[in-house]
Design a protein around this ligand. Sequence first.
Ligand SMILES: *Cc1c(COP(=O)(O)O)cnc(C)c1O
Length: 418
Amino acid sequence: MSDKVATRDKLAVLGGTPVKTTPFGTGKRFGLEEVKELIEAMEQNTLFYHFGNKVKQFLHDFNELYGVKYSVAASSGTAAIHVALGAAGVTVGDEVITSPITDQGTLIGILYQNAIPVFADLDPHTYNMTPESIEARITERTKAIVVVHLAGNPCDMDPIMAVARKHGIKVIEDCAQSYMCRYKGRLAGTIGDYGCFSTNDFKHISTGDGGIVTVNSGEEEDYYVTHAFADKNYNRFGNLFNRDLAYLAPNYRMTELQGAVGIAQLKKLEWICNRRKEYGDRITAGIQGLPGISPHRITEGGESSYWFYMLRIKEEELTCTREEFCEALKAEGIPNTPGYIKTVVYLQSLFQERHAYPGSHYPFDLTGITYEKGLCPTAEQILDTAVRLSVDEFYTDQDVEDIIAGIRKVALHYQKSN
Ligand SMILES: *Cc1c(COP(=O)(O)O)cnc(C)c1O
């Protein structure tokens, strides 16, 4: 064995040669395609979505791609979820079942409707809410379920929809991380009653900020209700001067500038998702069967567009901790983070102190709900043992091979039988 091979086998964190010696692939997300649309938007002499054509075109293209009849634009993914909740009739004192591992944007609309978040536990390897845990959390007060397709991986929608239909509960899909994500051939976002997407700058496609809500009943009346909830409850289709508003709704309008960028971004979406799917699935194939590693499992019948890749460490099979594993992998030139969000959502002080609004315990005191550690044990274990890796459409084949080689090197070094 030559010295070169010897130093290559030695962990970089112990003075060996790192696996990754070339920079990761990068690319431009925006080009003249977006600029051309923006100029056209300006030349309309209005940036108001209802008078211009850019938001309308953006939604038209989105509806075509997704095979849905109606969707509504919003100012963010958070807004899109709030709009869906409002359209679903979620109101004061209702319970909404959702995931404890998600972005805050999943929770904000629930709390602004003065509804009460209830957390379901997750599958240990897909990191998505299980139908069993959802059903166990249903009470008389349950009005809706917000399923989160985490990291591009679909939830197990058939049994979830069956539970919801059985109890007469609306299903809202949080697809902020899950564009072109398929479940048994159907696109996530078209299966529940509403599908919510984000076009913030960190998602598969970006309009700076923005969101979309699909109205999956295909009923015109549901579309009007959803549309109005994103726009102060104004009725833009009937008598515009009828401003006798029946109830409160926010202004979450998208502007023509976002719509313009969205039109060009949408044309790149399938390519972006296909690349990410290929890379994510290759990482799984490359690290399958390694000691101490549980790959990111895709839901049966699902296809993921990997907003990120998250494996789990089985510390009982390794001589290192999760943190040591992450450090060693980083030293090999493979960026990663231990876990995802810092804690499960319900252990944040907002839920621990029950302060959605300063100086008030409303709406939590409507039911007296409390959020204890151990409420969703699997979710807590996931965050304690997860390692998150970036997946990017601009990565090269070499980058993906290096990620796999890095994980293999670190796992084999720390395997217990050594
Ligand atoms: C990004 C994200 C949101 C919120 O989207 P914004 O556009 O940032 O408001 C909601 N849910 C999940 C799961 C997300 O990742």
